[in-house]
Design a protein around this ligand. Structure first.
Ligand code: NAP
Ligand code: MG
Length: 513
């Protein structure tokens, strides 16, 4: 047989298998051993028709206004490192203007409006989001680095679903809490991170508005562009002026919202570090607070689990979305008797993951959101190596420009390693082993966090036992990272408090008379 590779064309993909092996390896194993050679032709999403504006202003009182500082900061595409827009740098004076606009809107229109009328606006926003979904997904990927597959198939449908779901609640709040009289809180200050930019905005705005509150929202500095496109949608939906105000900027802009005396409610999603600062600032004030913070989720695979399915769950849980997920299953606990097949399959599957252009529909892992975040991931991986854990990374060519990190996992990890304790927030998994479910449970709970967890076993009774004892706000069984607006989401311990989504999430934006 010739030494040259033989190309098998299969419609969408080309399997390049070395001819010397092709004849002797059974088809299934051939998949496992050579799937790293599946090469797809590029399939980039066309985006020449989609315009990112060169400059975005603040959205206050229903109008786009210049920041009082007159300053703008660059927003870059993390896959190319090229600047594609300038974002207004909001100051404390701009935040004050936004809070005043929100207060006026609360007192004059939104706070008094019957729920059925508020619901109509929310339905209108949801429909406009649906109409513009493709454009928004592309912009989300260009601005934040996440894959188009993720932004198109997960983020945007969920964004619209959150508005639809909460539109449905707007006129039914009295029935949600029988015998009680639900009332809005007033002006909500909302601060969000960069990992799900538009989805986090939807998580914050939709329930607040459904409950009759008005909002001042601050997106993360690296991902403000889609929030400003959302502002355009709000204006197009004729949402009364001042009901939603969006002030872009840095951490100090967020702090100005936190410390503004006329804010009634604060909702923050981001790091535990900033969450603690906010909790201290708010202590002793009348402001109601909810915090959605970091996580270090345990994904537990028992020996009776369907392994192939579990491997897909792991991939979904930590590698898709570049590991930029607070509830990522970043600690993998594998029962000792199945360690060998799990590790083998994990290596094989990692070798098939494609890292690169976020706008290519075949890309599994896009760009890391920022240079700073890439630096944090690299530093954590170095610490893992120094502490004695063993790193696996498939041979994979990263693009020469942009912020990229190869999918990786560590074995030989102990509970005391930093990579087992601290959030990495990148496509890096720490694999550990356990002997009994009781041991898995104890070690899974041995963390300051408690946002989420995963359980894989063939036995419903075992799922029930583990799920009821895991100290985490969300537990997935036989799946991972699935979201629904009707399902409450939130943490235990240092992962925060309060819930978003579902009926429970409404309580974060209401007082019950
Ligand atoms: P971050 O630094 O805490 O930032 C979150 C938001 O807070 C950003 O808008 C940020 O502005 C702003 N901010 C920074 N300092 C502030 C301050 N002193 N006062 C008020 N606001 C301030 O977090 P990140 O790096 O953007 O996001 C990653 C973290 O978020 C991870 O730890 C992750 O686990 C967590 N997260 C949690 C959830 C959840 O639902 N539990 C969801 C997503 C992310 P700048 O962008 O200008 O810094
Ligand atoms: Mg950006």
């Amino acid at each position: 047989m010739s030494k040259k590779s033989k190309k098998l064309t299969t419609g969408v993909a080309t399997l390049v298998a070395p001819a010397s092996h092709a004849a002797i390896v059974p088809v299934r194993d051939r998949h496992l051993r050579f799937n790293e050679r599946w090469n797809y032709s590029p399939a980039p999403e066309v985006h020449t028709d989609i315009k990112i504006q060169p400059r975005y202003d603040l959205f206050i009182g229903g109008k786009f206004v210049k920041p009082s500082s007159g300053k703008y900061f660059p927003s870059i595409n993390p896959a190319t490192e090229k600047q594609h827009a300038e974002i207004a740098q909001g100051t404390a004076a701009d935040v004050d203007k936004a809070v005043k606009a929100a207060r006026r809107a609360y007192e004059k229109t939104w706070g008094k409006m019957p729920g059925r009328e508020r619901g109509k606006y929310l339905f209108r926003i949801a429909r406009l989001l649906q109409e513009k979904m493709r454009d928004l997904a592309v912009i989300e990927s260009l601005d934040g680095g996440k894959t188009i597959r993720e932004s198109r198939n997960i983020d945007l449908p969920l964004v619209a679903a959150h508005f639809f779901y909460h539109a449905g609640w707007a006129d039914k709040l009295d029935y949600a809490f029988p015998g009680r009289k639900p009332q809005p809180l007033g002006v909500a200050g909302q601060i969000i991170p960069w990992n799900f930019p538009l989805l986090m905005a939807a998580w914050k705005l939709a329930p607040a508005l459904a409950c009759g509150n008005t909002c001042v929202l601050k997106p993360a500095e690296t991902t403000s562009v889609t929030a400003m496109h959302l502002a355009e949608i709000l204006a197009e939906a004729d949402l009364p002026e001042g009901v939603v105000n969006i002030v872009t900027g840095f951490g100090d802009t967020g702090a100005a919202i936190v410390n503004h005396p006329d804010i009634d409610k604060l909702a923050f999603t981001g790091s535990t570090e900033v969450g603690k600062i906010i909790a201290k600032s708010v202590a002793g004030t009348r402001k109601k607070l909810t915090l959605e913070l970091g996580g270090k989720a345990a994904n537990i695979i028992c020996e009776d689990a369907p392994i192939d399915q579990a491997i897909e769950g792991i991939i979904q849980g930590i590698y898709f979305n570049q590991g930029h997920v607070c509830c990522a299953g970043s600690r993998l606990f594998v029962q000792e008797s199945i360690v060998e097949p799990v590790i083998r399959r994990l290596r094989n599957r990692l070798s098939t993951l494609r890292v690169g252009d976020p706008l290519d529909k075949n890309t599994d892992i896009g760009a890391i959101n920022s240079r700073e975040q890439l630096g944090k991931i690299r530093e954590m991986v170095e610490s893992g190596k120094k502490e004695g854990a063993e790193l696996f990374q498939p041979a994979c060519k990263l693009p020469s420009k942009g912020f990229f990190f190869a999918p990786s996992f560590f074995t030989g990890v102990t509970d005391s390693h930093r990579i087992a304790q601290e959030e990495i927030f990148g496509p890096v998994l720490s694999v550990m082993t356990f002997r009994t479910p009781e041991e898995a449970l104890e070690r899974a709970n041995n963390t300051p966090y408690g946002l989420s967890a995963g359980v894989w076993t063939d036995k419903g009774s075992k799922v029930f036992k583990l799920a009821t004892q895991l100290r985490a706000g969300v537990i997935w069984a036989e799946t991972y990272n699935k979201f629904d607006p009707a399902s409450p989401f939130g943490g235990y311990k240092e992962s925060g408090f309060g819930r978003e989504g579902g009926k429970q999430g409404l309580l974060s934006y209401l007082k019950l008379g």
